[in-house]
Write a protein that binds this ligand. Structure first.
Ligand SMILES: Cc1ncc(COP(=O)(O)O)c(C=O)c1O
Length: 383
């Protein structure tokens, strides 16, 4: 659960800036980086910018010596502003337009993820300038957002694709996988590491350019409802599995959610209320077309509370648009609220404002940043 703001401070920020508001705490981002590094000590991180591309987050990651996982030309432009060393970036979208490749190379990012023959062919004209990671698919019932239906080649296809790449004169640096976001266990991470270690060993036995990198993706979970193990316990099977890789394999990861989810809270106000089917409905000034978009796209169940004490009854929280899908929660225990009361969404840093819209011409929430380090000499130098 997010702990970086007390209720008095929440009230003060809402009074000062108005609502809807997203409060983003860079100290929490730094703490999440520290915790994940401690849990996976031999792994280099590339922050998945898509989770929360806010400039304060990008600056903080850069200061912490975290690299960047980019998936579009727009994301390249976001990090370019921070004079990020392109050698500390990877382009991880498995399906790209030719212009995406060109934009990335112009920026200086030369590592790309691919997962099929057509995608390999796109790199032939750029073959002297790129290093590729072949993404392998590991469907994962434990993940809230399983990405392996849309991306990745089957493990059984991998060696064939590696040979095709070699025939095309392409340099494949290694393998990658993403077992899906918000994975409840690390079983699939561990299985995927073992499978990739086996494939790498087999390929390297006869390859003249050995595979030297394994990208273990994201999927590191946060605790939305008090049921997840801490990150050190979660990562134990991954640490164990990584010992099956030779020491000469460089291991990297692309965490998004874990690094930013606990670093933001949403502050909304009740702007209207009604009684429907014998239950109280409260209409907030932000909803699923705004910062709560992750309720739909990310299937996320944020901890939500009001600041008012009192006996709680089953209530509905609705968003401000005219659309009926705009329901933030359709069965939440809340005390009787008044118009103007504040409602707080916790753990709302990942896949929230990054997927929000301006539907109904409603403005996006304002973002207030806490504890950002703006001193110019605080940027860590990355090798
Ligand atoms: C290619 C890729 N890398 C990294 C991530 C970040 O994953 P997570 O937020 O689960 O750490 C995603 C999320 O969708 C992704 O698609």
């Amino acid at each position: 659960m997010t702990t970086f703001l007390g209720d008095e401070e929440i009230r003060r920020l809402a009074a000062e800036h108005g609502t809807p508001l997203l409060v983003l705490d860079c100290e929490t981002v730094r703490r999440q980086v520290r915790l994940l590094r401690a849990a996976l000590p031999k792994v280099d991180f590339y922050y998945a910018v898509k989770a929360l591309p806010h400039p304060a987050v990008l600056r903080t990651m850069q200061q912490q010596g975290v690299g960047f996982d980019l998936a579009s030309s727009g994301e390249i432009e976001q990090v370019r502003r921070f004079y990020v060393n392109p050698r500390n970036t990877i382009h991880t979208h498995p399906i790209k337009k030719r212009n995406d490749i060109r934009d990335s190379l112009r920026f200086g990012c030369t590592t790309f993820v691919v997962d099929n023959r057509d995608e390999l062919s796109k790199f032939v004209e750029f073959r002297h300038r790129v290093g590729l990671l072949l993404r392998v698919s590991f469907p994962n019932p434990d993940a809230t957002v399983d990405l392996s239906r849309k991306f990745g080649c089957a493990p059984a296809e991998t060696l064939d694709l590696l040979r095709v790449a070699r025939q095309l004169g392409l340099h494949v640096k290694g393998l990658s996988f993403h077992v899906g976001s918000q994975s409840r266990t690390a079983s699939m991470h561990a299985h995927a590491v073992h499978e990739c270690a086996r494939i790498i060993r087999e390929y390297n036995r006869d390859g003249d350019t050995p595979l030297s990198t394994l990208d273990i993706g994201g999927g590191f979970p946060v605790d939305y409802c008090g049921t997840m193990p801490d990150i050190d316990a979660f990562c134990a099977p991954i640490r164990e599995a990584l010992t099956s890789l030779g020491g000469d394999i460089h291991v990297i990861a692309e965490p998004g959610r874990y690094l930013v989810a606990p670093a933001a809270i949403s502050i909304t106000s009740v702007m209207g209320k009604a009684r429907r089917c014998d239950r109280p409905w409260y209409y907030l000034d932000d909803g699923v077309y705004g910062a709560y978009s992750g309720r739909i796209f990310d299937h996320a169940n944020y901890p939500i509370r009001s600041l008012r004490p009192g006996p709680a009854v089953s209530s509905v929280l609705a968003g401000p648009t005219c659309d009926s899908i705009d329901i933030v929660h359709d069965d939440i225990a809340l005390p009787a609220l008044e118009i103007g009361d504040l409602v707080i969404g916790e753990m709302m840093g990942a896949y929230t404002i990054s997927t929000s819209t301006e539907f109904n011409s409603l403005e996006r929430c304002r973002v207030v940043v806490l504890h950002e380090d703006l001193t110019s000499d605080s940027v860590a130098h990355i090798a």
